[in-house]
Design a binder for this molecule. Structure first.
Ligand SMILES: Cc1cc2nc3c(=O)[nH]c(=O)nc-3n(C[C@H](O)[C@H](O)[C@H](O)COP(=O)(O)OP(=O)(O)OC[C@H]3O[C@@H](n4cnc5c(N)ncnc54)[C@H](O)[C@@H]3O)c2cc1C
Length: 321
């Protein structure tokens, strides 16, 4: 099924605008604040942090319906099994296709990216459960702890339930299960959530090594990467929905321009991604790596955890220690 299994905490910022999807149809609740809870300290409150919790399943299905309505042929349940050196692709249904333009939007471990030598190399591993909420909540809660090395915990409410998860640097992934069980128990004791889990356990990888060069060539086939395949997730927050949607749109437009004869269309795409994301992701990458270094040497203080998180003024201040 398109969009399943959902491997996402389902938060999108209010800045994401879309023509293809009706927000009313996919929004589960609004978010107006962010609470950042550093170790066991009282929450830092960032007011006016606006966004929405969506049903990622409905969202992905709406995007697919829109693409089909505009002429895309969708082969649900069919995998790309191999990219050939000449840019041809083999599919699990036995079809072989020789595209003039190939757009790789196949996630963090992209086969298309690998074929042109672009592979994400740093990852956060995640584990997430759905838990019943005891009270209505209008904020995304972020848990920063030295134990969550290179990542963080989250409680994102969606009405009566919430996505509760933890991301941690891939190297420490075997700690995820115990850490999440612990966080869940703490929140249950605090009366925030019930101790029972919902039906849903998920997880997945988030690329956190920064943006990859998103264009390439396999003989006569021109190749573009979009979304996670191009490393378009913020290395600190892990957010990637907005960038996946935006880069997908831009990649499609570039492919159409190329086929219409505009030779420089792919280079323009690369330049546009650089303009949109390099400054923000570059800063995030520096903050993440600095914090990881401190965690490894056992000196990740509360101040260091804050400095590496977007709600702290120090995060944005290059001069801060
Ligand atoms: C636990 C978790 C929580 C997250 N929470 C948030 C959040 O709250 N907000 C946010 O903005 N971002 C979040 N992200 C990141 C966000 O989900 C991704 O950045 C986003 O989904 C990227 O979209 P994409 O289309 O590039 O890749 P994906 O969503 O990974 O989609 C890739 C698609 O390609 C398909 N595919 C892969 N290989 C093949 C193949 N060989 N053949 C055919 N199909 C293939 C996959 O099945 C999948 O459908 C989260 C990620 C995780 C793991």
């Amino acid at each position: 099924m398109i969009g399943a299994p959902v491997q996402c905490a389902e938060f999108v910022s209010a800045v994401l605008s879309l023509r293809a999807v009706s927000w009313d149809a996919v929004t589960m609740q609004s978010i107006v604040r962010m609470l950042t809870i550093v170790e066991a300290e009282a929450p830092d409150v960032r007011a006016d942090f606006r966004g929405r919790m969506i049903s990622r399943l409905q969202f992905d299905q709406a995007l697919a319906r829109d693409a089909i309505a505009h002429g895309a042929r969708c082969l649900a349940g069919t995998a790309l099994t191999r990219v050939l050196p000449n840019g041809g692709v083999q599919l699990s249904n036995g079809l072989e296709v020789e595209p003039r333009v190939l757009v790789g939007a196949d996630g963090p471990r992209s086969k298309v990216g690998a074929a042109i030598g672009r592979a994400n190399a740093e990852f956060v591993a995640t584990r997430q459960i759905t838990v019943p909420m005891t009270h209505a909540h209008d904020a995304t809660d972020i848990f920063l702890r030295a134990a969550y090395r290179g990542g963080y915990g989250w409680l994102f409410p969606k009405g009566r339930s919430a996505n509760l998860g933890i991301g941690i640097d891939y190297v420490y992934r075997d700690r995820l299960k115990a850490l999440l069980r612990e966080l869940h128990a703490e929140l249950a004791v605090a009366g925030r959530v019930s101790s029972g889990e919902g039906p849903y356990l998920t997880g997945g990888l988030i690329p956190v090594g920064g943006r990859l060069r998103a264009i390439g060539r396999l003989e006569e086939t021109r190749v573009l990467l979009a979304g996670d395949a191009a490393g378009l997730t913020n290395p600190v927050t892990g957010a990637g929905i907005e960038a996946a949607v935006r880069s997908g749109e831009l990649a499609g437009t570039a492919a159409a321009h190329l086929l219409a004869g505009r030779e420089g269309a792919l280079e323009d795409y690369e330049e546009e991604l650089s303009t949109l994301y390099d400054a923000a992701y570059g800063r995030a990458l520096r903050r993440r790596r600095a914090l990881l270094g401190r965690c490894a040497s056992g000196v990740a203080s509360a101040a260091a955890l804050r400095r590496a998180w977007i709600s702290s003024p120090d995060y944005w201040n290059e001069a801060a220690p």
